[in-house]
Design a protein around this ligand. Structure first.
Ligand code: DQA
Length: 173
């Protein structure tokens, strides 16, 4: 079973009432409940936390190595500012998907830059709560392609096939 850590960043505890035209009307508790159900049905276990504190998020990511197989993070406003969270993700070495409810690129220019995305496997934004589900599906697909626990942001997801290895050996001779 893939163990996935889900982190919601600052102000996401307000989902449901916060700028509903941008973030929708679904409260965080319901998003979490639905994510857990979905993950359970696909054979994954989720641990979910929300924090308004950069240092706490960095600490939780720092303790995640070896305990989880993947990370889903909506860093919220820290997306655009936090070198600490970026470095924590890079150091943890877990396959990470950055998710956002809103489409960052259709919003203010300061939201177009993510300091986090370069250390993630990918970024999903603009689908409301579905962004999280897509993120989990992406991690599960990576896990299925490399179940041996060798997932890393900078590593290929698949070992070369035995045919590719044999052809490389032939070339070396
Ligand atoms: C957000 C987008 C961020 O720019 C913003 O600061 C948030 C939420 C999103 O999910 O759309 O708090 O991460």
């Amino acid at each position: 079973m893939m163990k996935i850590l889900v982190i919601h960043g600052p102000n996401l505890q307000l989902l449901g009432s916060r700028q509903p035209t941008v973030y929708g009307t679904v409260p965080l508790a319901r998003i979490n409940q639905e994510l857990k159900q979905m993950a359970h049905a696909r054979g994954a276990i989720l641990t979910i936390m929300q924090s308004n504190h950069e240092g706490e998020i960095a600490s939780v990511i720092g303790a995640a190595r070896g305990r989880y197989d993947g990370l889903i993070i909506n860093p919220a406003a820290y997306t655009h500012t936090s070198v600490a969270i970026r470095d924590a993700i890079e150091a943890a070495g877990l396959p990470t998907v950055e998710v956002h409810l809103s489409n960052l690129y259709a919003r203010e220019p300061f939201r177009h830059q993510s300091l986090i995305a370069p250390v993630c496997r990918g970024q999903i934004c603009g689908f409301g709560p579905i962004s999280y589900r897509l993120g989990i599906d992406a991690l599960l697909a990576l896990w299925a392609a490399a179940p041996q626990g060798s997932l890393h942001p900078s590593m290929p997801t698949r070992k070369p096939s035995s045919a590719a290895r044999a052809s490389k050996r032939r070339k070396r001779r």
